[in-house]
Design a protein around this ligand. Structure first.
Ligand code: AP5
Ligand code: MG
Ligand code: ZN
Length: 216
């Protein structure tokens, strides 16, 4: 299954993608996570990306397209993959079409997780992420058992640099302008599935599973 999880910042793409990795055994390809890894390592790419990410702007298309192209050629993508946070612009979507064509693959489903702006802000300002394993928590909706400590690996939890309210609102604006048009792009291709992202994590997951079990 070759999947795209589409949705505003904080819609729950990462949360649902991680569950799908467990259930279906295909890797999550999160451009956001890959860029943050490059930032943490202090690579040239990371330094360049950080300037955009801290402002809530998109990293240039050619940079992310290059990263995804390389990643999709790895052997673990042979049985399928979940793109989380890519594509985010029309140019990225078209580049993805090209890449998949070359690899003889196609997208089976685009899961569009819809959540309004105010809910997105509430979710993101209370998000905490594990420094070590990347697990995602929410101080109210999905709290860790022990304060500031990851349930899965004991790692320290931190708040992402771009998770301040002001930056979140800018990210949402960027989403509306650049990424929302992709909903129609994929609807026209007949691969779009809408999910009500305002339900709780379990409720959204049930919707996602019912779609994926049908196309699997
Ligand atoms: P990225 O890391 O992709 O961030 P994003 O798209 O803004 O999305 P988030 O990761 O913030 O949210 P999510 O949907 O994964 O939600 P989550 O599951 O964590 O990108 C960051 C930056 O990198 C971009 O701004 C850009 O600069 C750059 N970038 C990345 N990809 C790029 C690209 N393709 N092109 C150009 N630039 C790119 O959930 C959020 C919180 O809510 C958590 O606390 C979670 O526990 C909680 N939660 C989840 N679901 C629910 C629910 N149903 N009910 C209640 N709480 C919930
Ligand atoms: Mg995410
Ligand atoms: Zn952890």
């Amino acid at each position: 299954m070759n999947l795209i999880f589409l949705g505003a910042p904080g819609a729950g793409k990462g949360t649902q993608a991680k569950r799908a990795v467990e259930k279906y055994g295909i890797p999550q390809i999160s451009t956001g996570d890959m860029l943050r890894e490059a930032v943490a390592k202090g690579t040239e790419l990371g330094k360049k990306a950080k300037e955009y990410m801290d402002k809530g702007e998109l990293v240039p298309d050619e940079v992310v397209i290059g990263i995804v192209k390389e990643r999709l050629q790895q052997p673990d993508c042979e049985k399928g993959f979940i793109l989380d946070g890519f594509p985010r612009t029309l140019a990225q979507a078209e580049a993805l079409d090209e890449m998949l064509k070359e690899l003889g693959k196609k997208i089976d489903a685009v899961i569009n997780i819809a959540v309004p702006e105010e809910e997105v802000v509430k979710r993101i300002v209370n998000r905490r992420t594990c420094k070590k394993c990347g697990a995602v928590y929410h101080l109210i909706y999905a709290p860790p058992k022990e304060d500031n400590k990851c349930d899965k690996c004991g790692g320290e939890l931190y708040q992402r640099d771009d998770d301040k309210e002001e930056t979140v609102r800018e990210r949402y604006r960027v989403y509306k302008q650049n990424t929302e048009p992709l909903i129609e792009y994929y609807r026209k291709k007949g691969v779009l599935y809408d999910v009500d992202g305002t339900k709780d994590i379990e409720g959204v997951w049930e919707e996602v599973v019912s779609i994926l079990d049908k196309i699997k």
